[in-house]
Design a protein around this ligand. Structure first.
Ligand SMILES: Nc1ncnc2c1ncn2[C@@H]1O[C@H](COP(=O)(O)OP(=O)(O)OP(=O)(O)O)[C@@H](O)[C@H]1O
Ligand SMILES: [Mg+2]
Length: 364
């Protein structure tokens, strides 16, 4: 079969793509969801690359399975969508951030090898990212297929996701879009799950620890995928690695219950829920009242200061849970404060009674 012709046929016949992302472009906020027509022809990647297959597409671009003629090796290439590539700031971010991600090297991450320029159907320049090809399925696809994840499998997968994020955080990179479609599940030689986290192309380089991201304005800022966005990113506040911990918690919750903590078709409602609502407890057969539930709920706390403060800190408890050991999760400080406030209020009433009302009542 001529794959390229098949691909063109798919494209021109209006293949559907699906995105579910909130982002800012040219000072406007865009929310893209559901399906859109994949109308454009495949891009031209130059003479050295042959496009074999369209692997999928998202808000930023389309991902192709390609073969490099010179090396005969196969890769994945993410090509920016033409509309997105018209935003110069977004292109600048894409390039700078991709450069930062190139420095990452971890067995649970899909490597990024470099960047290049493709040509779109109207000969426009489209930046692309050359990355390792994953032969696995995304967690999103597996969940959609109804693949079973028991507790042991969930813990094993999530430890690997956490190890990947820990490596990125140690290098000053926050993922900012941790979600099932960015987690690939392959099989190792023993047929066990091997996790590969991908899609750091919209990641934000932490300017405090890494100078790469400095000097860029907020235009073209990626905001997130509503179902997995932390309260602080919903509020447009500065995010740090604790925001990834919240999104990680949303994925964890989804694996346990079948849906993220706040879901639905209304992105505004989802965002309001992230800021205000408490996630429903886990079902009984998925650990209601257990240490695991306390652990996931700690990840999903609204205040970053109430969550684990780093992936490393969280990994200690996660590994303990995997080994069947007990963990100790302290209650929320705010609750302690509330208790303290309640106690103080009781104290004030008591003192008022003692100092003001009691003497009067005694004098009557
Ligand atoms: N390196 C890769 N190897 C194999 N498949 C990949 C690779 N990168 C992406 N894919 C596939 O392509 C799909 C689309 O990826 P893409 O990042 O464009 O969109 P998304 O993650 O669904 O949404 P978003 O744009 O919001 O991140 C993924 O879900 C995954 O199945
Ligand atoms: Mg992705």
């Amino acid at each position: 079969m001529d794959v390229r012709a098949e691909l063109c046929r798919c494209s021109s016949s209006g293949r559907k793509g699906a995105v579910d992302t909130l982002y800012e472009r040219n000072r406007q906020t865009f929310y893209e969801t559901a399906e859109y027509e994949e109308s454009s022809e495949p891009p031209k990647l130059g003479d050295d690359f042959e496009i074999l297959e369209l692997l999928g597409s998202g808000a930023m671009g389309a991902v192709y399975h390609v073969k490099q003629i010179s090396s005969q090796e196969e890769f994945a290439v993410k090509v920016m969508r033409a509309e997105v590539s018209r935003d110069k700031q977004l292109v600048k971010r894409f390039k700078l951030e991709a450069k930062a991600v190139e420095s990452l090297d971890h067995p649970n991450l899909i490597p990024v090898f470099g960047q290049g320029k493709a040509r779109g159907p109207s000969d426009e320049e489209l930046p692309y990212l050359l990355m390792g090809l994953s032969r696995g399925d995304s967690l999103k696809a597996l969940l959609k297929k109804g693949e079973r994840f028991d507790k042991e499998r969930i813990l094993n997968v999530m430890v690997q996701v956490a190890e990947a994020l820990a490596h990125a955080h140690a290098n000053g990179i926050i993922h900012r879009d941790v979600k099932p479609s960015n987690i690939m599940i392959e099989k190792n030689e023993s047929e066990e799950d091997l996790v590969k986290v991908l899609d750091f192309s919209i990641a934000k380089v932490n300017p405090v620890e890494n100078r790469v991201g400095q000097g860029l304005t907020m235009t073209g800022e990626f905001l997130g995928t509503p179902a997995y966005m932390s309260p602080e990113s919903c509020l447009g506040r500065a995010v740090d690695e604790r925001s990834d911990l919240y999104s990680f918690g949303c994925v964890f919750y989804e694996l346990l219950t079948g849906a993220p903590p706040f879901a639905g078709h209304n992105p505004v409602q989802i965002i309001v829920d992230h800021i205000n609502s408490t996630p429903a407890p886990l079902p009984l057969d998925r650990g209601k009242g257990s240490d695991l539930e306390k652990f996931v709920m700690k990840l999903l706390r609204k205040e970053p200061s109430e969550r684990y403060q780093s992936i490393e800190e969280m990994l200690v408890d996660l590994k303990a849970l995997r080994e069947g050991r007990k963990i100790k999760i302290e209650g929320m400080k705010r609750r302690i404060d509330e208790k303290r406030e309640a106690l103080m209020a009781v104290g004030v009433v008591f003192l008022t009674f003692c100092l003001v009302l009691a003497p009067r009542s005694l004098s009557i």
